[in-house]
Design a protein around this ligand. Sequence first.
Ligand code: ADP
Ligand code: ASP
Ligand code: MG
Length: 473
Amino acid sequence: MKPRLQVMKFGGTSVGDASCMARAAQIVAQAGRNDAVVAVVSAMSGVTNRLVETANRAGIGDREAGSGLITALREQHNVALAALVPAETARAAVCRKLEEILAEGQRLFDGTALLRELTPRTLDAVSSLGERLCAPLFSAALAHLGARTEPVEATELIITDDFHGGAEPRMDLTRQHCESRLRPLLKEACIPVVTGFIGATAKGVLTTLGRGGSDYSATILGAALDADEIIIWTDVDGVLTADPRLVPNARTIAEISYREAAELAYFGAKVLHPKTLRAVAPAGIPVWIRNSFTPERVGTKITPQGRSVGGVKALTAIRDVALISLGGPGIVGVPDVIGRTFSTTAEVRANVLLISQSSSQNDICFIVPQSDAQRTVEALRHEFSQDLAHEVVEHITMDPNIAIVAVVGENMRGTPGVAGRTFSAMGRENINIIAIAQGSSETNISFVIEDKSVKHALLTTHREFGLDAVVPE
Ligand code: ADP
Ligand code: ASP
Ligand code: MG
């Protein structure tokens, strides 16, 4: 009989130091006793942020920052290695691999500082170093527990387009590569430890899937290999009714639908990368979110249908976004203003999260991540330069101090009054609502408020819909 196949992904905190990594390796080794397993690892926590910061410093000519970080990463990974793998001989091979990757990192920083230019392609190469250092280390920890294992770089597996910083997989090619590279290992009961977050173009140029993208790596690999389930091991007990850092009473949700989880992820629930469920949707593979620090708990199961309980299932907020408005009394007369606005955002690959238009058509406003805002405004000013010159369009402005709150639940569709209750609660608490959007699917209602009111708004809505009181299922 064909063994079951699990893909298990461990996030940054789950591999944050030697003791976390040992715990994670134990989980994989145990699963590997009965099932075929592919492990996917993120960088040790904080490493990707440090790499990106240092790359930016090198990009403005700082020649020292790179060496400083490489020394610190060598120390950090060697300390973990020494704790995880007592045998000197087993350590030596891993050490050599780490040194190769660190040397590559040093060359990337030196080249960037020399040229004073950080291209998206180089930034991807630098950002990938954390995962590339972690995979051999994790694989060695697993081998120490007696498992057959091999580290594999996802550049050999996940083939993507060439959009650096947010590449999309080409599933047909990815499937072929996974079959030829991973399937033989799995047949020999060997556990591949794959670098999360990264891929490569068909020409072999390294790409990344976007920040937090290791979740997506896991589902891409799961889909490519027709896995039976995917488990995303993180530092919370599953998908909660709200971000526990903002809403301390948030509860774990036992089962949630793809659609609900995707809405939450899309509107900022960091527990899942927004694209994660795209890869598994065609095959309907279940995805679990579990806590690597409390593996005895079952966590959350994400399934195509979910399980219906109540109307509102969870809340989320997305910060780090900006409101862009385009307007003026003459805007009604501008030909195809909406079409031009959104083909401009598409050209600069800005991720438009919410759109709202006043009925007088005097104003169009929409929300994009802060990282996309500047280039979007510049592109719009360029597109509408003639109209601005003639004051047909009066302004194109950007407000970065805002946030979107989203109320999510498939069953909201059949529950009248969710919007009314939400907005009355906001009114009662004096929280000013800047814009509102409700998808026609009615699985989410989202509204825009000032960033400083986010916590207050979440706590109020959580209480209003009795999410505090939901007994864990
Ligand atoms: P990892 O490093 O494992 O990928 P992340 O930090 O990316 O973990 O995501 C986990 C974090 O997501 C949690 O620590 C939690 O603070 C945050 N989070 C935000 N919203 C939610 C939610 N609704 N449910 C669970 N966690 C959430
Ligand atoms: N290490 C990458 C990041 O920090 C990817 C991930 O953790 O999912 O964005
Ligand atoms: Mg994450």
